[in-house]
Design a protein around this ligand. Structure first.
Ligand SMILES: NC(=O)c1ccc[n+]([C@@H]2O[C@H](COP(=O)([O-])OP(=O)(O)OC[C@H]3O[C@@H](n4cnc5c(N)ncnc54)[C@H](OP(=O)(O)O)[C@@H]3O)[C@@H](O)[C@H]2O)c1
Length: 210
């Protein structure tokens, strides 16, 4: 279950130099999925449930500035994260990887969760209103549990607000997915965490199967 996110009205960078939304909402899901896939492949019916934003029209990927150094705003960063996760699902489920583990992308619709984040005043007001009209977690969780219990047979599937959606959409473009995958692996290879690490972890912590 991949769900972590944290909304930021103001741009923040991790100690590794990654913009915070990019790191938490996308990169952590990339690392967890590929980092745990060998263990998951041994399970009876393995599935990764990536709760994000498939089927959401808003947002685009700033290919030349994934960390949004220029013109950052919290909503664009969040919506970009959703698009990146769509492409992550496409790459993970690509035929050449040959995983048994199914990948599910799911947009739950407005749900009255914690809405973790640091908000400027207008965003805080908007989030309060969203929480007021959103569905309760007890409702939003039902399709998620059903899908995890009985995952679709296909390597990749996508759901929005309880309905399966087509993968024949630019959000799931295979070339864009391959581009992002290559870019991500290059970023991870070239990143050098500034924090000191114990001797046993001197190797890059980001080593994972291709
Ligand atoms: N709620 C909605 O209306 C809605 C709509 C569309 C899509 N989604 C998607 O659903 C997913 C879950 O959203 P949500 O509404 O459940 O969000 P949420 O209530 O804000 O919860 C986010 C979770 O992320 C964790 N988290 C935050 N920063 C973290 C960090 N640095 N490291 C590890 N974990 C961290 C939080 O942990 P702590 O509780 O420990 O702080 C919290 O459990 C997200 O991917 C979101 O994009 C939600």
């Amino acid at each position: 279950m991949l769900c972590a996110r944290y909304f930021r009205s103001y741009r923040t960078v991790t100690s590794e130099g990654f913009e915070h939304n990019f790191a938490l909402y996308y990169l952590s899901r990339f690392l967890l999925g590929y980092g745990l896939v060998d263990q998951m492949e041994k399970a009876d019916d393995p599935v990764i449930m990536n709760v994000a934003g498939p089927g959401v029209g808003a947002g685009s990927i700033q290919w030349d500035d994934l960390g949004m150094e220029h013109g950052y705003d919290g909503w664009s960063a969040m919506f970009q994260g959703g698009k990146l996760n769509d492409l992550l699902g496409v790459s993970f489920a690509a035929e050449h990887r040959g995983y048994r583990t199914r990948y599910v992308l799911l947009f739950p619709g407005g749900t009255r969760t914690g809405f973790a984040g640091e908000f400027d005043a207008p965003t805080a007001a908007y989030v309060a209103e969203m929480k007021r009209i959103a569905q309760p977690v007890e409702v939003g969780i039902v399709p998620i549990i059903a899908i995890v219990d009985t995952p679709p047979r296909e390597p990749l599937s996508a759901f929005a607000e309880g309905r399966r959606i087509s993968l024949l959409h630019p959000s799931f473009d295979k070339d864009a997915a391959a581009r992002l995958d290559a870019l991500t692996r290059e970023l991870l290879r070239s990143s050098s965490p500034r924090t000191s690490r114990p001797p046993l972890r001197r190797r890059s912590p980001y080593v994972m199967p291709d």
